[in-house]
Design a protein around this ligand. Structure first.
Ligand code: DLL
Length: 434
């Protein structure tokens, strides 16, 4: 099913024409109303009128998360606060949070976009949708909540935590669609197993996961354990929240909502634009945002773009599942380590959750790697001997698969789960030492 076929199935020429019109208007608005952009464009001697084609976009400067932090809290808003009806912020785990604002129109667009995400994942007005993202400053819950209501589904705003209550509600209210992070879905699946609840007796049929990477191995494990169909959706709070890109039933890349965002891929080192198909960092420009427009925002997410047609009928380009983050690649003793590699190791170990934190340090000139890994309730209350077994199993896999030695520290269930937002996956203490 397609929520908005008028926009999701446009001819390429029509998409590009719409993008150009919206881009010209965005560039003009930010130049007039956002001091940061006026200063930047002036220093590079570029005028908003120079945008004659979408291909001219790379002449404009990139925007980085640090730029938003320096404008904390409202410095990058393009409209006065009286026009802003909602404020969210990013989790801010690696510094000052970034603040985003929405006008009434922005909220309407946002609901339309998350309705596209949910419809692509199979949600209809007959579904009962349980939302397990934190309701608060994080964009995940409110964003998808309004899209689900727009579709006409029955929404259960559960928020995070309290797994036994989540399961009870899921059973009693006959939840059919679970909106969550993939790691929380796995935790739920394992909880059901530990409690002897057969997932086949639940009404659950769909999982709509986002907010963090969902590698194929994790999708498969959750689909097999919960007997549901899982789709991945992507978003970034600074550019909107959820509702930037989402998988359709073919699960072969995430359709990017190009009528609201222009996507580019750059080499994170040289900042050169890369062609379709090449892996690099995703850069997004908002096309419809009124309160908080962004030009060429560096997401730090590594992916590639695919313009080939999809069997679902949508003409929107697809981005590959996020492979990692350009700022999360850890080079330890010369070896490149991606957090996604760590995830795939942990998924294979019974008793641990794919929730971890990597701490890199340097002692007497030698790099050290410590990985904190959450174990499940059952293992946590097990004998020390079993815990030792698990950590040496993980240590061995690290040496064999990644090629570096790591010290594994098993920690209590849910102890790495922050109260709000997401915990940083990598803490590099070497940066503060050099
Ligand atoms: O996570 C927005 C969101 C909420 C999207 C719920 C989907 C569902 P932030 O907190 O700003 O916003 O985090 C954005 O999370 O740059 C990616 O690194 C990561 N991320 C989000 N979705 C995915 C995904 C929300 N499907 C950052 N796959 C992004 C991989 C994802 N990474």
């Amino acid at each position: 099913m397609i929520w908005d076929s008028r926009h999701e199935c446009m001819e390429r020429e029509a998409i590009e024409q719409l993008q150009l019109e919206r881009l010209q208007s965005t560039i003009n608005r930010v130049y007039r109303n956002v001091f940061f952009y006026k200063k930047k464009f002036d220093s590079l001697k570029i005028l908003p009128d120079e945008i004659q084609s979408v291909k001219d976009l790379p002449c404009f400067p990139l925007t980085a998360k640090e730029d938003l932090r320096e404008s904390y809290p409202y410095g990058m808003f393009a409209l006065p606060l009286r026009e802003v009806v909602r404020i969210h912020s990013s989790s801010g785990v690696t510094g000052k949070p970034t603040v985003t604002g929405y006008t009434r129109n922005d909220l309407q667009h946002w609901s339309q976009l998350t309705a596209r995400v949910l419809t692509a994942g199979g949600v209809t007005k007959d579904d009962v949708v349980q939302i397990t993202f934190k309701y608060g400053l994080f964009t995940g819950a409110f964003g998808l909540h309004h899209g689900a209501e727009l579709i006409g589904a029955s929404v259960i705003p559960m928020s995070t935590g309290n797994t036994s209550k989540q399961v009870q509600i899921m059973q009693d209210y006959r939840t059919t669609a679970l909106v969550s992070t993939p790691s929380y879905a796995l935790l739920l699946a394992r909880y059901l197993g530990a409690e002897g609840i057969d997932p086949k007796n639940l009404s659950l049929k769909l999982g709509l996961f986002g907010g963090e990477p969902c590698p194929e191995s994790l999708r498969k494990e959750i689909e097999d354990r919960l007997f549901i169909s899982v789709t991945d959706n992507y978003g970034v709070s600074e550019v909107m929240g959820p509702g930037v890109a989402a998988e359709c039933e073919f699960k072969n890349g995430l359709h990017l909502y190009e009528d609201h965002f222009i996507a580019e891929i750059i080499d994170p080192q040289t900042l050169q634009i890369l062609p379709p198909g090449a892996e690099g960092e995703l850069v997004l420009t908002t096309l419809s945002k009124e309160a908080f427009p962004l030009v060429r925002y560096r997401t730090r997410d590594i992916t590639s773009l695919d313009l080939s047609p999809c069997s679902c009928g949508r003409t929107l380009m697809r981005m590959k599942k996020v492979l990692g983050r350009s700022d999360d690649i850890i080079i330890i003793k010369g070896v490149n380590v991606f957090p996604s590699q760590v995830e795939s190791i942990l998924i294979e170990v019974e008793g641990v959750e794919p929730r971890y934190q990597i701490i890199v340090d340097r002692t007497e000139g030698v790099d050290t790697l410590e990985v904190k890994v959450e174990v499940n309730e059952k293992v946590f209350s097990d004998e020390i001997k079993n815990l030792q077994n698990i950590s040496s199993q993980i240590e061995r896999k690290f040496r064999e698969i990644i090629g570096v030695s790591a010290q594994i520290k098993l920690v209590a269930p849910e102890s790495l789960q922050p109260l709000e937002g997401k915990a940083p996956k990598v803490i590099d203490r070497r940066k503060t030492k050099s």
